[in-house]
Design a protein around this ligand. Structure first.
Ligand SMILES: N[C@@H](CCC(=O)N[C@@H](CS)C(=O)NCC(=O)O)C(=O)O
Length: 228
């Protein structure tokens, strides 16, 4: 199997945690995509994923799977023993719901702030980002406010239960964790009074599948080069 991604970026980091969690590292060949040079917006990459986004998983039979949630579900179910996406109907539904909340309310909001209110991925990417208009920065800043509201929401969630979707670590935790790293890199801090979320984040960062990948893996060096 091949994964087209770039180390250090938020959604690729989700897949890398899944690979560690499932013990699949040695079965994957990584192909680095030049996001700063907008390689993912050119025809060869768009033929693999018309959304022009990483990560993309390529199976040995040539099947291409994009969308991190779909990749996670595939990898988690490959050995018939899913540990991140639930087994009972109730677990699956709650994980799916919380995963979607994490992506829509937090990850996408940070992404909106990053691309609209900061220099984002730099000049080569500008033709592919929404054009300048009077309210562009303000819209981006509203996305930051939305991300902060989501942090407060998730703080309330982990005040009452150990993990985002309940009693067990799941793909919803991975998404919130990756989104918080992205938020930090983009300059959005977790509000200081979100003590439960801060404690949860520290606990997650020490899990073996996360810890072994942390350090440089989760410090988006590319973003730092742009000073965001
Ligand atoms: N819904 C997609 C989102 C993927 C995504 O936004 N990937 C980012 C990297 S973390 C990307 O490719 N950004 C480049 C761009 O938007 O141009 C998923 O879950 O995989």
């Amino acid at each position: 199997m091949k994964i087209y991604d770039r180390s250090g970026f938020p959604n690729p980091s989700r897949v890398r945690i899944v690979l560690a969690e499932k013990g699949l590292d040695d079965q994957i060949e990584f192909v680095s995509v030049d996001l700063i040079g907008a390689e993912h917006k050119q025809a060869p990459f768009l033929a693999m994923n018309p959304a022009g986004k990483i990560p993309v998983l390529e199976l040995d039979d040539g099947t291409l799977i994009s969308e991190t949630t779909a990749i996670t579900e595939y990898l988690d179910n490959l050995d018939g023993r899913p540990v991140l996406t639930g087994t009972t109907p109730r677990e699956k539904a709650v994980i799916h719901m919380m995963q979607n909340r994490a992506e829509a309310e937090l990850m996408s909001a940070v992404d909106g702030y990053f691309h609209f209110a900061t220099p984002g991925l730099g000049s080569a990417m500008q033709p592919y980002v929404a054009p300048e208009w009077a309210g562009r920065k303000e819209w981006g800043e509203r996305q930051r406010d939305k991300a902060i509201r989501a942090m407060i929401y998730f703080d309330g969630v982990v005040k009452n239960q150990p993990f985002i979707a309940g009693e067990a670590f799941s793909m919803a935790d991975i998404t919130v964790f990756a989104a918080l790293n992205f938020a930090e890199a983009a300059g959005i801090a977790i509000p200081g009074d979100c003590a439960s979320l801060i404690e949860w984040r520290s606990r997650i960062s020490n899990l073996p599948s996360v810890k072994n990948r942390s350090g440089k893996e989760f410090l988006p060096e590319d973003l730092k080069r742009f000073g965001v």
